[in-house]
Design a protein around this ligand. Structure first.
Ligand code: UDP
Length: 181
């Protein structure tokens, strides 16, 4: 972890939050549950949120360039929002002894370039893919090991990328918030 980089307040913020929760648990027996949320997407994302799926869809629908950072070979695994909420609710309803940390996310991995191509194909957009500099400390890979969630919560994601992207694209086609990124 880079403690002083552009993304550090985000990265270290998450780590510090877990540390403090566990201290409160040990010291004050506070009831806690810690879930590590991996990349999530779906309807009702803000179009200017800056995440890759909302960026690519809003760009494709507006016919603007698709901005791939780096060469697009970095991979991510994307969890549809309904699956995420189901995992979170299962964790909240689980026994008090199950405190985590537990990973919730979709382990199916896609390169960012592949994601751009899929979104272009699904929207039928004529947008061009352009390559822009990779942001500092951008991970090459982010993929959850969900074996604990599978075992302890009987949870695994059920919505594949194609179905999830279709629903998300439909949302962005109809929303009035589809403003310029
Ligand atoms: N990304 C991209 N173009 C964009 C937005 C993001 O190529 O317009 C890349 C970004 O560099 C990263 C990946 O897509 O490699 C996922 O980015 P996001 O911010 O959605 O999630 P995170 O980096 O936090 O996993």
């Amino acid at each position: 972890m880079n403690p002083i980089g552009l993304r550090s307040c985000y990265d270290e913020g998450k780590r510090c939050a877990e540390t403090l929760f566990f201290d409160y648990y040990r010291q004050h027996q506070l009831k806690i549950k810690v879930v590590r949320i991996f990349n999530t997407y779906g309807p009702r994302m803000h179009p200017n949120d800056g995440r890759v799926i909302s960026n690519f869809i809003t760009q494709a629908l507006a016919g603007r360039n698709i901005t791939v950072y780096g060469d697009g070979s970095q991979t991510r695994s994307f969890c549809y929002v309904d699956d995420m909420v189901d995992g979170l609710v299962r964790m909240m309803n689980a026994s008090e002894d199950l405190i985590g940390p537990i990973n919730i996310g979709n382990p199916n991995e896609y390169s960012i370039l592949e994601l751009a191509e899929r979104i272009l194909a699904t929207t039928g957009s004529k947008s061009k893919i352009v390559f822009e500099p990779l942001p500092q400390d951008d991970p090459m890979k982010r993929r959850p090991d969900i074996s604990l969630a599978q075992k302890q919560l009987g949870w695994k994601p059920t919505t594949g990328l194609e179905e999830g992207l279709n629903r998300t694209i439909e949302y962005f086609k109809t929303t009035k918030r589809n403003t310029v990124v």
